[in-house]
Design a protein around this ligand. Structure first.
Ligand code: NOJ
Length: 959
């Protein structure tokens, strides 16, 4: 949340006490009392207690769930049957189960509750809410990858008490399903990878009527079954207890990653206490957490319940498709296979325990074996990241707030004056008339069109904030339409829910309602959002949703959405539904032409990557927050939502110049690169910062622009196979155990660029970990670093970004500085080449118009560059389509203007030229080569000027 900090008490004495306290501890800290711990969350506490009981009873514990073999059937790769919960000798609960084995190699387990499926339950307080367990998450999240396996085979062995299924594209995967107690073990090549209910924590709280105390014989703690209090809120829980819990074990895996969003290390910690561990499970309940803390499993604004377990030789994953509040406990134990061994290399099992408040159990299991396989298969299900407009991957300038349209124009002009490139300027909340979205403040923004035209002159864009809370005011057309059309979220009594947010009393659009989408669409049209132009894009903030006077700063869980679902059922998807609607609205704003929308969201869920970028919300101008941003962005990447960034400079407070400069040097490695600041902070646009920092920041931004071709290529890869845009160490070197926990250095796509931003004050060297025995070259002066499995000390004076290139790569870049990235559209390319041990190199380049969807019809250039046997070549790897010729024509004048070969063979000393052969050219041409000798650990390099080969052409250059 972003409200100003409370003014200290009026009493002078008290103020002094507060001040003294501030001197010993930072004044800013999360208000823990506003957010639940597991102990304060009824269902989390109950499931942990259940797990404790199971653990305490050890081998005498028997999970009360069994699969009735008589009910099993197998068709089209799907096993169906009835899971039975033995509540008591007389009471058995029927839980229909399916396990679908998918063509992709993923398996999906779904468990529902028969009585609720049939609507055979009573809700309390006369509530009309849906009686089913929420089963529509997939409608919002899953977009493909559900084809059943054609080759999966069943091997039922009822007499042994097991059912086996062999599956997977290579038939090397296996699920061994134990009937009683119910357990599943997933194997790859005969080796156990993922185990479900091995610990016996499976728990589906079945529906039951509320009995009066005297009637109830239950030994269970019912105190949070029927209603639950937190702060001043009472949750009426009309369906009683309904949580789902399951333990998932990763045998032999000591690292688990994923389940954003948390401000924590990439490799997730244990959560059941002990030194260095957390006390609480990782929580996923999208929330506006004011002044969030670091190294914490507390929930933040978004959630992606996708976890990967990694060890040498194997990456596996699980995706827990549940939109309700969810907690995940993590415990690591010495592998059960050899409990007595104390050797240092002892294997570890990671036990996880997943707990959701409501909904059915819906779990996908992925058996890898590589991190890339997980990205791909998970992406097939939830969608790959959108290929954004090109401007969106350049630099964004934001603050709360640019205060007038003249202010915007002045900032724009200053960037030009100081020759600092930027593409997008942002307007926060205050551009609106009285915080009514889709309007402009008539006093401060009298001429929005003039402002947007000015930006457009240098091909720049404007992004404005539109939040989901609508000011509750009779004379506001959006408010009138929202309520008269019945498109608002309702409270538990079925009336329009009213809460408090930026505009004061507000109502919330319910984008679960299909009718809300065309309406939301209409609001973004130029005739409704008057004064907006085609170069305006949207920022959806506060969409957790943030409600200042709501429980845990959000909506009451018993609020009601379209379909009579409780807010409890859908909370974590809520933000995604708004963004989907905004995306739709933005698609067709330019008449007659579909353009890729750009939407930034704060709240997100699995699937949000299809429509938006995200940022890590309200961080702080501290070195700790700068450091935390790297694992957070990396984690989002491996969780399938790589278009991620953090507020550069820190949102709250004023960064020192050194911190700000280092933040820019780090921020250029965020896929989403935006500076932002709180309304109470001092202005800090790069041109305002005194030297040498202004130049340092300018150079950092220019480096981002120089490498935009490599960035866009990495975005394209993410959009077709789910690979993260910036990648952590373990992802690039999955066999090197030393690197698994490293989360402070990153790789840009597969360019071989390895960056290690400085995130400590007053620090002028850094250690970069190198996994392999290739040579790595300093990006700027070509100093050579070599030595596998070691940290190498790299100088990092204030102006320097520690950045290496691994040998064996060809990196495309554009070296001519321009005001905005769109103005670089026709600029020539430079290719930077580093040779590997075999004197070879490879790289790719993807280019399209950066704006439309023509690339879906072949309107793009996709090249593979290779250096082999002293020949550099460019090969076409695109698939042709209706738009190929047209696009190629527009790019026909764009060429390669320079080749830089780092560390070439010394025989090149005497080489004066290279021979250039372009397809279609009648004769070969000669281009001059200059050899630059360097000493003292710096590699020599050669420059070929003006080879002038077309970027979209096939060619060979002989050295
Ligand atoms: C909260 C967002 O996190 C922040 O970035 C924004 O400036 C404020 N809301 C005001 O709109």
């Amino acid at each position: 949340m972003t409200r100003n900090k409370a003014v200290p008490s009026l009493a002078v004495l008290l103020s002094l006490v507060v001040l003294a306290a501030c001197l010993v501890a930072p004044a800013w800290a999360v208000k823990h009392e506003n957010f639940k711990t597991c102990e304060q969350s009824g269902f989390c506490k109950r499931n942990r207690a259940f797990a404790d009981r199971a653990s305490a009873e050890g081998s005498s514990w028997s999970s009360p769930y069994e699969l009735d073999p008589a009910t099993l059937s197998f068709q089209d790769g799907q096993l169906s049957g009835m899971l039975v919960k033995n509540v008591s000798e007389h009471e058995k609960v029927q839980l229909p189960l399916t396990i679908a084995f998918l063509e992709s190699g993923a398996a999906r387990l779904v468990v529902d509750e028969e009585r609720r499926l049939k609507g055979d339950i009573e809700t309390r307080h006369g509530s009309k809410i849906n009686k089913k367990r929420y089963d529509e998450a997939e409608k919002w999240v899953i977009v493909g990858g559900l084809e059943g396996s054609k080759t999966a085979t069943l091997n039922a062995q009822s007499e042994t008490g097991f059912t086996n299924v062999a599956y997977g594209p290579n038939g090397n995967l296996q699920a061994i399903i134990r009937h009683s107690p119910f357990e599943i073990e997933f194997l790859r090549d005969g080796e156990s990878q993922v185990q479900l209910n091995k610990q016996g924590y499976l728990n589906m709280e079945h529906w039951r009527p509320k009995l009066e105390n005297s009637e109830s014989e239950s030994a269970e703690d019912e105190s949070t079954w029927w209603e639950e209090n937190f702060g001043s809120n009472t949750d009426s829980k009309p369906r009683g207890p309904e949580s789902v819990g399951l333990d998932i074990t990763f045998p032999g895996f000591s690292h688990v990653f994923g389940i954003p969003e948390h401000a924590d290390s990439l490799s997730l910690r244990e959560t059941r206490g002990g030194p260095g561990n957390h006390e609480n499970p990782y929580r996923m309940y999208n929330s506006d957490v004011f002044e969030y803390e670091l190294d914490s499993p507390m929930t933040l604004y978004g959630s992606i319940p996708f976890m990967q377990a990694h060890r040498k030789g194997s990456s596996v994953g699980v995706f827990w498709l549940n939109a309700a509040e969810t907690w995940v406990d993590i415990v690591k134990k010495k592998a059960s296979s050899n409990p007595l061994s104390m050797s240092a290399s002892e294997k570890v099992d990671t036990h996880t325990h997943w707990i959701s408040e409501a909904g059915r159990m819906d779990l996908f299991v992925f058996l890898g074996p590589t991190p890339q396989d997980l990205s791909k298969t998970y992406g097939e299900l939830t969608g790959y990241t959108q290929l954004p407009q090109h401007f969106a991957i350049a630099y964004h300038q934001c603050r709360w707030n640019y205060v007038t349209d003249e202010d915007v124009k002045e900032v724009d002009a200053k960037f030009d004056k100081y020759q600092i490139p930027y593409d997008v300027i942002w307007l926060d909340l205050e551009y609106t008339d009285d915080r009514k979205y889709f309007t402009w403040d008539p006093l401060t923004f009298p001429n929005p069109k003039g402002m947007q035209e000015k930006l457009d002159a240098s091909q720049r864009k404007l992004v404005v904030l539109i939040d989901p809370h609508i000011k509750n005011k009779n004379d506001y057309f959006v408010s009138q339409e929202l309520t008269s059309k019945g498109l608002a979220v309702l409270n538990k009594d079925g009336e329009v829910y009213d809460g408090w947010c930026w505009p004061g009393s507000s109502n919330w659009v319910d984008c679960f309602n299909p009718a809300a989408v065309p309406w939301w669409n209409s609001l973004h049209k130029f005739d409704k959002f008057k004064g907006s132009m085609p170069n305006l894009f949207i920022w959806n903030d506060m969409n957790e949703p943030s409600v200042f006077n709501g429980p845990e700063t959000t909506m009451p869980k018993d609020n009601i959405h379209y379909g009579n679902w409780e807010h409890r059922d859908v909370h974590n998807i809520n933000g995604l539904t708004l963004v989907n609607a905004t995306y739709q609205a933005m698609l067709e704003r330019k008449k007659g032409e579909l353009r890729r929308p750009f939407v930034l969201t704060r709240s997100y869920f699995a699937g949000s990557q299809r429509t938006s970028a995200m940022w890590t919300g309200d961080n702080q101008a501290t070195w700790g927050h700068l450091a935390a941003s790297l694992p957070m962005v990396l984690n989002n990447g491996i969780a399938g939502f790589p278009f991620a960034g953090a507020d550069v400079g820190g949102f709250f407070h004023n960064p020192e110049k050194e911190l700000l400069a280092r933040w820019y040097q780090a921020g250029i490695w965020y896929p989403f690169f935006r500076a932002h600041a709180h309304i109470d902070t001092r202005r800090r646009e790069p041109y305002l910062i005194s030297e040498p920092y202004r130049t340092i920041i300018t150079q950092a931004i220019r480096l981002r622009y120089q490498l935009l071709p490599a960035w866009y290529t990495a975005f394209h890869q993410a959009s077709v196979n789910g690979t993260p845009i910036v990648r952590p160490q373990y992802y690039v070197f999955p066999e090197d155990e030393e690197g698994f926990a490293i989360d402070d250095q990153l790789y840009l796509g597969d360019t071989g660029l390895l960056a290690k931003p400085v995130v400590q004050e007053n620090t002028f060297t850094t250690d970069i970990y190198i996994a392999d025995d290739e040579k790595y070259y300093d990006y700027f002066d070509y100093t050579i670093y070599q030595g596998a499995g070691k940290r190498h000390t790299v100088p990092a004076p204030a102006e320097k970004i520690p950045l290496l290139i691994q040998g064996g790569h060809i990196i495309p870049r554009r070296d001519r500085p321009r005001r905005s990235s769109t103005l670089m559209r026709w600029d020539p390319y430079t290719l930077v080449i580093t040779l590997n041990k075999d004197s070879e190199a490879e790289g790719t380049l993807y280019v399209d118009d950066g704006e439309t969807f023509d690339y879906e019809r072949g309107g793009y250039i996709h090249r593979r560059f290779r250096y082999q046997d002293s020949v550099l070549s460019s090969e076409d790897i695109a698939t042709k389509g209706a738009k190929t010729a047209e696009y190629s024509k527009t790019m026909s004048g764009v060429s390669v203007e320079r080749l830089i070969v780092i560390d070439p063979p010394t025989s090149w000393k005497s080489k004066m030229s290279v021979t250039v052969m372009e397809d279609g050219a009648k004769t070969a041409t000669i281009a001059p080569l200059e050899y630059h000798e360097q000493k003292d650990g710096k590699a020599s390099y050669a420059v070929v000027k003006s080879p002038n080969v077309g970027i979209g052409k096939t060619w060979r250059i002989e050295f």
